[in-house]
Design a protein around this ligand. Sequence first.
Ligand SMILES: Cc1cc2nc3c(=O)[nH]c(=O)nc-3n(C[C@H](O)[C@H](O)[C@H](O)COP(=O)(O)OP(=O)(O)OC[C@H]3O[C@@H](n4cnc5c(N)ncnc54)[C@H](O)[C@@H]3O)c2cc1C
Length: 287
Amino acid sequence: MIPGPFGYHRPASVGDAIKLLASLGEEARPLAGGHSLIPMMKLRLATPGHLVDLHGIAGLKGIHRDGNRIAIGAMTTQHELLASDEIRSSLPILQEAAALIADPQVRYRGTIGGNVANGDPGNDMPALMLTLGAAYRLEGPSGAREVMASDFYQGAYFTALEPGEILTSVTIPLPAAGHGYAYEKLKRKVGDYATAAAAVVLTMAGGKVASCAIGLTNLHETPLLAVDAANAVIGTSLDAASLKKAAAAAEAIMSPAADARGPVEYRKHVGGIMVTRALQRAAHRAK
Ligand SMILES: Cc1cc2nc3c(=O)[nH]c(=O)nc-3n(C[C@H](O)[C@H](O)[C@H](O)COP(=O)(O)OP(=O)(O)OC[C@H]3O[C@@H](n4cnc5c(N)ncnc54)[C@H](O)[C@@H]3O)c2cc1C
């Protein structure tokens, strides 16, 4: 289908984008890679009167190390994450997950900012951001503020973004040296959103799990941090009993939609399996 009519604006700075969004009001939406927004517009599920294209703002791109944190500009594409040596060495789980998003064409255009700001439970990056303890920088008419990813998601397509605000960067604390990681994603075919997915970042000491965080994708209307599941494996050697406990604790907080990807019980069951596999693979990688 063809989108409805809209005005197109291409500001050159964050300040100009914020002014435009403020003056155009609720009719306006930021445009990043367009790989979620444009399909929604073609289906007429979104009908913004104006698009404020962020591609002209040079300062929104790039990956920078700042002490023990990595700052990623909102307009950095999935392809650029995959090509980055910094991400490969510091945050390899981002590359593992980015490679499982859609296909190369989508990854060339789709941005980290669009992926995390979109609020679609099927997006892969938000659960990773919860797992990694990321924070989002939001800039708007009232100034700039930092919101933890864990406080950002309020419901499907509902986030902490206020009208007129733009997410300008994502900041991720470096995981401990020697950490293990894994992103396990079950999908019906290449290019599909997750039927269920789990992210794990952990450290091991003396053959036992010393720290652990587990995030879940598309198993609730928001991404989830599975805190009880992570606690179930800390201090254990990831024996069969503790893996089973972790999967059960994760399943207990899942409430996926029943849709073409399967009924609720199936999606919860495979969600538990994704948690188990991600834990095992992360532990295997930990040094
Ligand atoms: C065939 C196909 C398969 C896909 N499969 C997957 C998948 O498996 N996993 C996955 O995670 N994604 C998938 N996607 C979605 C893709 O990753 C999108 O690129 C991503 O969801 C949105 O990023 P974007 O840069 O394209 O944002 P856009 O589509 O431009 O924007 C998305 C929304 O976020 C808002 N927005 C964008 N940037 C900002 C910002 N900086 N500040 C505030 N608001 C902003 C927009 O206004 C809009 O509401 C798929 C897309 C397609 C077309």
